[in-house]
Design a binder for this molecule. Sequence first.
Ligand SMILES: [Mg+2]
Length: 169
Amino acid sequence: MRITFIDIDGVLNNAEYYKNKSLHSHHKETSHFDSNNVNALNRIVESTGAKIVISSAWKLLKTLDEIKNLFNDIGIKAEIIGATESLHYKDTFELAPRGLEILKWIRDHHKSLEGGLENYVIIDDEDDILDIQERHFFHIDDTIGLTDQNADAIIEFLNSYTIPKQELP
Ligand SMILES: [Mg+2]
């Protein structure tokens, strides 16, 4: 199975999009998604069969079912199979890097995925990932969000590389 760890803010929406939007429509949750970015994500999941895991902080504000319904309303065609757990440092309660949350998800779940974890990508406008995740990471420009160009590179990577079993945690 291929997995896409997806962020939302700065990836499925972007600064340009908000600039050109009238403020009164912001109360609608579906209005926080730019259809250009959504189409790019749909291309990825349609071309690779990748499933989605939510790594965005939206997981703190909504249940997984609420996010699934929202993605369905927006027209995102991906199957969401989970969300990363929020990790905090014990002493400071500061949030741990997102890469660590993703590593934990992989460690906890890869053995139960159908066909195992073949490959994954991390799509985010921030870069708090781990060194070992470097080649799986696609850094998104938050002024424009996920583009078709990003999608091309992500599709190429997801379809061309398989993680050697011994490298899985
Ligand atoms: Mg973000």
